[in-house]
Design a protein. Structure first.
Length: 254
């Protein structure tokens, strides 16, 4: 792909975490999530150490806590579900402040909140320190199916183009006095969506023909060196490595 553009999840910077190759960070986050998921829910202090590890990464990457908290809003559905479990769970119950809570529900809620929060936080840190385009190129370096990587690349590149087209159509409707107020206006919105689909499809055909005329043979050229040294792999592996040490140490003390 050509010149990239910054996504709202990405925070530009020049830190050791930013400079790591994307494939190293992808593997590190995946391995860290695997360690977190395999940790028994009863090992509270292990989850605390995992959180400290992520805090150290955030500090090294100079990603402020408010930035992380705003991007973690995606976890809200999981939080709502977890909060409901102590009330709807079955089995033994314990009273607290006049309210009866399910013991199994409390354990399940803690398990979901702890592991989901750590996983989301690690993913947000990955997105905050890695450009989306480089992340996809890193996935390509990890031998993910090339066609899926290219589809994701094109989707990332042209998402803003389609959003701009949708905004222009919205302005055109409003300049003609249209304002969606109730269900009677659904047919107009549906026709606009259909027109947007047709325009996007036609644009995609034109882009494909332009690529073929420029020698496209099914793979995109990579003009940036993304090779990773042993030192960079070792640096990226510190996060899941320390987390694994914590897991094994807790297991030995249990």
């Amino acid at each position: 792909m050509g010149a990239g553009h910054h996504h709202q999840l990405y925070r530009p910077g020049d830190t050791p975490v930013h400079r790591l190759p994307p494939q190293c960070k992808l593997v590190a986050v995946a391995c860290f999530a695997l360690v977190v998921v395999t940790t028994p829910r009863e090992w509270f202090w292990a989850f605390g150490l995992y959180a400290l590890l992520l805090a150290a990464v955030a500090f090294s990457a100079r990603v402020p806590p408010p930035f992380l908290l705003r991007r973690m809003a995606v976890e809200i559905p999981f939080v709502i579900f977890a909060v409901a479990l102590p009330f709807i769970g079955s089995g033994a119950r314990v009273p607290f402040l006049g309210v009866s809570f399910s013991v199994a529900g409390l354990w399940a809620a803690w398990n979901i909140l702890a592991k989901a929060t750590l996983g989301v936080l690690a993913s947000v840190l990955l997105a905050a320190t890695t450009e989306p385009r480089l992340m996809l190129l890193g996935a390509q370096r990890l031998r993910l199916p090339p066609m899926l990587v290219q589809i994701a690349m094109f989707m990332l590149r042209y998402m803003d183009v389609i959003m701009d087209e949708m905004r222009r159509m919205k302005v055109a409707r409003e300049s003609r006095g249209f304002t969606a107020r109730d269900v009677r206006h659904i047919p107009v919105i549906a026709k606009s969506a259909g027109a947007l689909f047709i325009r996007s499809y036609e644009r995609g055909e034109r882009v494909h023909l332009a690529m073929l005329s420029r020698g496209y043979t099914g793979s995109m050229p990579v003009i940036q060196d993304l090779s990773a040294s042993s030192r960079q792999w070792l640096t990226a592996g510190m996060l899941p490595g320390v987390a694994l040490v914590v897991l094994l140490g807790t297991w030995g003390l249990a």
